[in-house]
Each structure stands twice: as structure tokens, then as C-alpha cells.
Design a protein around this ligand. Sequence first.
Ligand code: DGJ
Length: 725
Amino acid sequence: MIVFDRTCGTFTLHTRSTTYQMKADQYGVLLHTYYGPRVGEGDLSGLIQYADRGFSPNPSEAHPRRDYSLDTLPQEYSTCGVGDYRLSSVQVEQPDGSQALDLRYAGYEIRRGKYALPGLPAFRGEDGETLSISLRDPGSGVEAELLYGVFEDYDLITRAVQIVNRGEEPVKLQRVMSLCLDFLPLDLDLITFNGAHVRERWPDRAPIRPGVQGVGSSRGMSSHQHNPFVMICEHDTGEDHGVCYGAALLYSGDFEAMAERSQFGDIRLVMGLVQLQWTLEPGEVFAAPEAALVCSPSGFGQMSRQLHRAVRERLVRDPCQGGRRPVLINNWEATYFDFNKEKLLDIARAAAPLGIELLVMDDGWFGVRDSDTSGLGDWTVNEKKLPGGLGELVSEVRRLGMRFGLWVEPEMISEDSELYRAHPDWALGVPGRPGSRGRGQLTLDFSRKDVREHVYAALRKVLDSAEVSYLKWDMNRCLTDVWSAALPPRRQGETRHRYVLGVYEMLENLRRDYPHMLVEGCAGGGGRFDLGMLYYTPQIWCSDNTDAIDRLRIQYGTSFCYPACCMGAHVSAVPNEQTGRVTPLETRGVAAMSGAFGYEMDVGKCGEAEKAVIRTQVETFKTHYRLIQEGGYYRLTDPFADPELTAWAHVAPDGREALVSIVTGSGHAAPRFRLLRLKGLDPDAVYRINGGAELCRGSVLMNAGWPVPPLRGDYQSLQLHLEAE
Ligand code: DGJ
């Protein structure tokens, strides 16, 4: 619900359990008054303190007041160059070369339905509401439209910003934040999700210190290194108690998420685009990507569940439309580039009787591609490997009762390719500089329409040649030497954002032209795991690390923002390709089953006993699919704090059914006794465990716990299926 109170000038956004408020004051400065657990009606600007602070300037309208400074007041959308020295939300170079920007309140509109952002990912919903607030810089023609989407039932507030140039000369946008959130002075922690290729999204928690801290990416992708999702919380906030905030950017390119603790202890969080150098001509509009905000009064778990439901129901556009996504098998780790039609069919023949439903042909099927040194860009089937083309392979796969999926890496080009020989200028690169390679390849200039059109037409030819039910869209290097042959020098700073918009456009076209095809995002695993990609690709390959034990940590970190149904997770062979670790097949299944489930191995090489395990895993996943995908996700332990026992649960919305997964660490003699406290159950219900004779009351399971039996050996696992009687 959005309420504008004319008498005091407050805009209040209520969701079921949170309140967000701002207010335009007597000088037209839009002050942020509150965001947090729901409070009643009323003007909360009394929370703001005014004081004469040395070296914090006073705007001329406030003269002779010395207790009024943009530098000390909580701002809804901070500006720069006119008195607020904290993190600015927007930075422009004005036609006169100055960087002064003073955004003052100019009007508002409240609309039914949630705003959309053409060309950009965004949460959707007719039942949402939109608040639009216009801010204007009196000294130039620059205006900002602040957009707020309110999803009451989801406790979700979205924000976006459009900058409009109403002046007569171009201005240059250098930085546009989607989100600025000022917190009143409180001691808060910042939690970020960091890592590397094959070690993505490990949480890092630290008190917000004086000065600026945060994360970002300048890699042209949201990155393995830092995820565009952060949390802010009180020092004692935990999984099930305390206030916490989650902020996610729906964007897949460069970003910054920065928190600043200022001189008087208040904290500002900004999130958005930096180093833009975007020329905004008179009359043009620049739309910054959307940001999503959630606040939970009762810990991280609640916050994640809120966000998961919103992502599943209001962001992801699932071609399976509520149905089950297929259990797939991917040939990558089984064959790498060394495969042909018969080898693939052998894998499919072994997989089909185990209940696996879709075969994905990964990298190596096109052009001349026997290693990662050649072929990218030549999206025509290599008939040496696949005689009869895609059509024949797919018909045979379908005859086995399976569907077919294909891997592509459309944004890339190998120098050793027909495409590069014909169009060397289609690759990003600065003339006169040798440029860097990543995995030996260059990046296509997706900011260019002609390049996108060529690649799209080539992909369409392939996709139209056979029934392709699934597409894995990969991207295996980050951007360097960003320079587009299609843009003049003064516009080169736009290439990086135009590139991302180009990727989005192509993905949207794929959705339009192949509405029933499931697209899985991938960037060397989880290098572009963000809400922007999830709008176009309902699932994302979580990591190139398929080691079950490493995955526990990666999936744990990922789960703070992203729901299980979005995390591609596969069972692979042992010793594991990335770590060399040997884990039991059962444990690999338990870890992978908590995501978009599949296999990444040649199941034909498995003995009968292993095949029986796989058959059971696939059946278990299919049986509990709804619970895993739509149930509430409860982190029962923290694998970083306690690697000896990792546990999580998927719980039905009414709490009457749950699937609890438990994985142990390395085995030790004389292990200590363990009780595992469950969460999310109905305290009064009595649960039958794994359909057996064991019955247990919800309140006992949640308060006392369930005694975990000692499990012999390294990396053992258990699953408990609980059903209320
Ligand atoms: C990186 C992906 O993450 C892998 O799963 C695989 O598709 C390779 N690329 C193929 O080159």
C-alpha cells in the first residue's frame, strides 16, 4: 500500500510486515525517514536529528540555518557537488563542465500495477503498485524519476531510476545508482557474497566501519568474485532473529554495491552503475536497472524465503509453467570435446532407463571445435562428429524417450573461426592494442545490432533444425579492451552497458521465438548468477565446481538470495574433476537434489548398484519436486561454521511436509552426539519420518531436535521426509 499524506508530505510504502517512508521537506529535499519492520501511520521525520556540524555546508535556501546540511541528513537519492560528501547516487557532467547536481522534489504519481522497464529485467505484477517521484535540478535540465514498486504480500519493494535530460545540450552520466538507502545511526554489519571461479558466493560478514566499503565488478559481468546481492543487519542478527535487509540488483554487468559509515555514524547503502560515461542527449531517458529490497524483522532465513517466493513467482518466467523441469544429463565432464553422435547416444541410452529426461550436448558440437582454441562464432553443426546434423541426433534421442538440449556461447568468438576471419572488427578490442584473451577467446561486440542479428540468425538456424527443448547459454571470459567499432570516441564509455542490454535483447528474443524452450544461464558456472539473468534464464549453472562438499558451501551462500529451483546442480563422477575428492554417490545426489537437478557424467560407466542408486535419486527428486522448488528453504546449519554437519530443509508452506537433507564432513572415531533442530514445522503436528514407524511432534523436532545417528565414513548423507499425520 502506498500512502501520500498531504498534511505532512510523507510517502509511506507498507508491505505486510515492513514500512518504508520518505518525505519532501520545506526545501524540496527528499528525505528518507525510515525503512524497517512495519510501524503504524504517521510522520517519522521526527527520527531525523538536526545539528550544526562544522564543515558540513548549508544550502542557500536554508540560510541562516546552520543545522541544515545535505551532508548530515538522510537522503532518498543523494546528489553530488552541492554539499553531500557521502556516496552519491548520481553523477553527471553538466554542459558547462561542472558536476553540480541538486535534485529537488517536483511531483509524484501513484499508479496501480507495477512499472516495467523496457529492455531491462524487472519484477512483474498487476497486483503491485507504483510510486513515481520526480526530482528536478533547478540549475540544469536534469531530472530523475524515482520509481518504487510495492509487492505487499511479498514484503518486496523494488526501485528503479530514470534520468531525463530536459535541457538543450547533452549531459554525461557518470554514475547512476538504482538504490540509495540511508539508515539512521545504528551499528550495522554488511554481508557480501564473494569468491572466484569454482568458489562462488561465500558469505563475508563485517561491521560497517567509518568510510566506504563494499563490492563491485568491472569485468563486464556480475562476476564470480562479487555478487550483486548484499545484506545489511544488526550485529546480533542471525538466521532466525534480528532485523536484516537484503538488496539485489537486477543486472548482469558492472556494478557497485557500497556502504558508507559517515562521520556521525549513519550508514548509506548505494547500488547501481558506475563509470558509465553515457551521453544523454536532450529529450533522452536513461533507465538504471531495477533493485529489489526486502527487510525481515526475524533473521536471514525469513528474508531469504521472502525473496525466494518473489523471485519464483514474480521474476522468473518459467517455460515449464508450474510443471516440473526435466532431470537432465550433460556430457561435459563425461566427454569434454571428445564426443560424437554414438558416444552421446550411449550416454542417453544408459540414462533414459534411469528416469533421466533430457540429454544436453555441451561444448564442441559446432564449427571446428576439438578444444577451446577454435570455432566459437561458427554456429553450424560439425557433421564429422554428428553425421546427419542435429535433426538425426535429436530424433534418436527422442526415440529413447528423452528430450534434447544444446550448449551455446553466443557472446564469444575464437580468432580461429570463419566468423573472425570474415569480421575481425566484430570482436571488442581497442585499435592498435593487442588485447587480452580469456580462455583463448575474444568477446563479440554485443553492443552492436548487426553483430547480434548475425549471431541470432545463426542460432535460429540451428534451433529450427531440430526440436531443442533446453538451451545452455554460456559465457567464458570477462570483458577487456572494451571498445566498439560502431561508436564514436566520446561514446565508447557506453559500450559496456550497451553490451549487457544487447545480451538481454537477445535473450528476450529467444523467449519470444522459443517460448517452450528452457534456457539455463551459465558463465563458467556462476559468473553471472544474478536476478537480471534469472529474468531471462529460469535457472543458472551454479558453479563449475561439481564437488558435492564444496557445493554445500556454494549453494549455502547462493541460497541467501536465490531460490533452489534456480541453481543448476548436477551429480558428477568421482574423483571429482575440480577437487579430486571422492564422495559417496548418495551424498552427491543429496547435494544436487537441492537445485535444478541433473547429472554430469557418463552413467553408462556405472555398475548396476550405482545405477540403482541413481534410479532412486531421480525418483526421490521427482517425488519431492514441488517441495524442493516451492517449499520454504530453511538453512539448519552453517557449513562454514560447522563443516562436520550441514543440513537444510525444504518445508511445505503449511509446514505439514518437509524434506530434510543432512551431509556429514570427514569421519572420525568416537563422534560426538548430534541433535539437529528442525525449523518451519507445525509445532502441534505429529510427523511420520520416512514413512516408517517413527513419529515425532513438531515442537519436539524444532525445540529439542532430531538425534542424528553416527554415520560411518567420510561425507555421508541422510534425507528425512516428514509428513504430518
Ligand atoms: C563452462 C561451463 O560452466 C561448463 O559447464 C561447460 O559448459 C564449459 N564451459 C564448456 O566449455
